[in-house]
Design a protein around this ligand. Structure first.
Ligand code: 4NP
Length: 154
């Protein structure tokens, strides 16, 4: 099973989702059965590691996302992944425009599928430290739901 998380820049939200899901899959003993990646709809940060504030917030909770490098999502990803999860409505709209007619991947809004109360992971790029904490809170909760779903599917 292959899962791709997508945000705008691939340096804040989607790398966080990639790292948190990978960590939770490891704890659940499912790391070898699920492939996880992330990408941005934009290309400004391609090749760069996550934002320093993303890395700092992650480190406070014991995660290390420093090996990740930003990449841009492509139409080919709709054939390569089973599930593509967008962080906000704007990302989802951009992905719908990019999606080929006979896409294999399922496309959805991450939090609509797994959390409920809030639909979007808010863009923390122009926010303070608290914004990055909120991103982690939302993503950790939704990833727990996602792992539960994966366990049911495998
Ligand atoms: P992300 O956050 O989409 O969660 O990675 C952003 C990163 C960069 C920019 C905007 C949002 N930017 O405008 O460069």
């Amino acid at each position: 099973m292959r899962i791709l998380f997508v945000c705008l820049g691939n340096i804040c939200r989607s790398p966080t989702a990639e790292g948190v899901l990978r960590h939770q899959l490891q704890l659940a003993g499912l790391a070898t059965q699920v492939e996880v990646a992330s990408a941005g709809t934009g290309d400004w940060h391609v090749g760069k590691p996550p934002d320093s504030r993303t890395l700092k917030a992650a480190a406070r909770r014991g995660y290390d996302f420093s090996a990740q490098r930003a990449q841009q999502v492509s139409a080919g990803d709709f054939a390569a992944y089973d599930l593509i999860l967008a962080m906000d409505q704007s990302n989802l709209r951009d992905l719908e425009r990019l999606r080929p007619a006979h896409a294999r991947a399922q496309l959805d809004l991450f939090l609509r599928r797994y959390e409920g109360a809030v639909d979007e992971v808010p863009d923390p790029y122009y926010e303070g430290e608290q914004g990055f904490e909120q991103v982690l809170d939302l993503i950790e909760a939704a990833c727990s739901e996602l792992v539960r779903e994966i366990k049911g599917r495998l």
